[in-house]
Write a protein that binds this ligand. Structure first.
Ligand code: CU
Length: 456
């Protein structure tokens, strides 16, 4: 077995504070930021509506967590009330691969909670799991009774039972919630908890995105992760693997913030193509700007949050991804038998047939793999990435992928997505398509389909 290729193996938001903030927002025109949120995939992403009598308009730009919804709330006498239910969740990692994991409110990672510094929140938690659990508010300074540490700060919440967590938020920044049980964490139980600052950060950003990093070990033929495994064959951004990750749509010239949270067994160096960014915050909140430094790869350690910001200077569809080589791959462990047999004598035809075995249950056409030399099989080490491409443009098409080059999806796997930095006209066009839910036209057949010889 080729060990080098592990893929085989596998507040009282005190009313007054709210009103003051709202007044400030109005005075500075920041309420304009409340309009339609750019790059927001479909109807999933709705910022909780501003209710009258609430702590006022949210003066800062909401964070978009692609492929993960926000958690709505209701107001109860100045308290933002959220309802969060831990429960099993079905997740489609990529079009041909489902997994059964545990999450919250039908989503894994759980829905994003967005609140504001000074808010008082009540999270009415219900345990829909077959075993006891709690919720820990990672990095948030809460009273000990609200800390979610089983037996230490509270009794575990039994299946079918509820527990009300309630506290006032005096911090700002990128936080998260998670079950405080190791295996449940690895089963997917995490969600983002964004606390917007009462006084907006400077400089102003035009786009604010959030990504949760997770990893999974899913053996061939199964769809439930092995949470005890130390080796992972599926790596996800917000619960999906590339090319199923929804690209982030950015207007060229705008300033972008990206918040990345990691809850898994590995640290992930997240790299952005084509731009330098600054690390402007951590799981502890906003960092003083005197500490900012330019880089393009940020190591997001386990249990950490890293916040980066940059000017989207350059037009293009820029990759952003974990740079650990095995984290830029999707497991083909479903193909382990075929690959083990065929690695030494691959041909384009056989590779295509093999790829198509994955697609049996889903209607999509694989694109042909990129060319190999006629003498490839005489070269020790061959194949490496040859025949690994899994182009499936149509199967992952959505308005956010409109206009990407043919076979774009063949170049993307694992912890990876695109930051599409677009000039005004193209940006407006795609945003209109997102808003209207316009389906993409089918991708034209690739030139290679007819131009390439059928086999080596
Ligand atoms: Cu990684």
């Amino acid at each position: 077995m080729n060990r080098a290729r592990r893929m085989f193996l596998q507040s009282t938001a005190t009313l007054s504070a709210g009103l003051i903030a709202a007044a400030k927002a109005l005075a500075t025109g920041q309420n304009q930021q409340m309009q339609a949120m750019p790059g927001m995939p479909h109807s999933q992403h709705k910022m909780p509506a501003v209710k009258s009598g609430s702590s006022g308009p949210i003066a800062t730009l909401p964070v978009q967590t692609p492929d993960v919804p926000d958690l709505p709330y209701e107001m109860d006498r100045g308290v933002k009330v959220f309802r969060l239910r831990a429960e099993p969740v079905q997740r489609k990692l990529v079009p041909f691969r489902n997994m059964t994991v545990w999450g919250y409110n039908g989503s894994c990672p759980g829905p994003t909670i967005q609140v504001r510094e000074g808010d008082r929140v009540r999270i009415i938690f219900e345990n829909g799991l077959p075993e006891a659990t709690t919720i820990h508010w990672h990095g948030i300074e809460v009273p000990i009774e609200m800390d979610g540490a089983p037996y230490i700060s509270q009794m575990p919440v039994a299946p079918g039972e509820k527990f009300a967590y309630e506290f006032t938020l005096h911090q700002e920044g990128t936080f998260f919630y998670h079950a405080h049980s190791a295996m449940q964490e690895m089963m997917g139980q995490i969600g983002m908890f964004i606390i917007h600052p009462e006084k907006p950060y400077k400089p102003h950003v035009d786009h604010d995105f959030g990504i949760v990093l997770q990893e999974w070990a899913i053996l061939p033929g199964l769809d439930v992760p092995n949470t005890a495994n130390m080796e992972f064959n599926w790596l996800t951004f917000n619960g999906v693997a590339a090319p199923a990750t929804t690209p982030m749509i950015v207007r060229q010239g705008n300033r972008v913030r990206l918040r990345i949270v990691n809850l898994g067994m590995d640290h992930h160096p997240i790299h952005l193509h084509g731009h330098q960014f600054y690390v402007t915050g951590t799981e502890g909140g906003r960092a003083p700007d005197s500490t900012w430094y330019p880089t393009n790869t940020v190591l997001v350690g386990v249990a950490q949050a890293k916040v980066v910001e940059f000017e989207a200077k350059f037009n293009g569809d820029w990759m952003i991804h974990c740079h650990l080589p095995h984290h830029m791959m999707n497991s083909m462990s479903d193909l382990i038998r075929d690959r083990a047999i065929m690695t030494a004598d691959q041909t384009v035809d056989r590779a295509m047939a093999q790829m198509q075995t994955l697609a049996k249950s889903v209607p999509f056409r694989h694109s042909p793999p990129s060319p190999v030399a006629a003498s490839a099989n005489s070269q020790p080490g061959f194949p490496q990435d040859a025949f690994m491409e899994m182009g499936m443009d149509d199967a992952v098409a959505k308005p956010e992928t409109y206009g990407l080059p043919p076979n774009w999806s063949a170049g993307m796997q694992g912890m990876m997505t695109l930051m599409r930095i677009l000039p005004n006209q193209k940006y407006d066009e795609i945003m209109a398509r997102i808003k209207a839910g316009t389906p993409n036209p089918p991708m034209p057949p690739m030139k290679m389909d007819k131009d390439r010889p059928p086999s080596m």
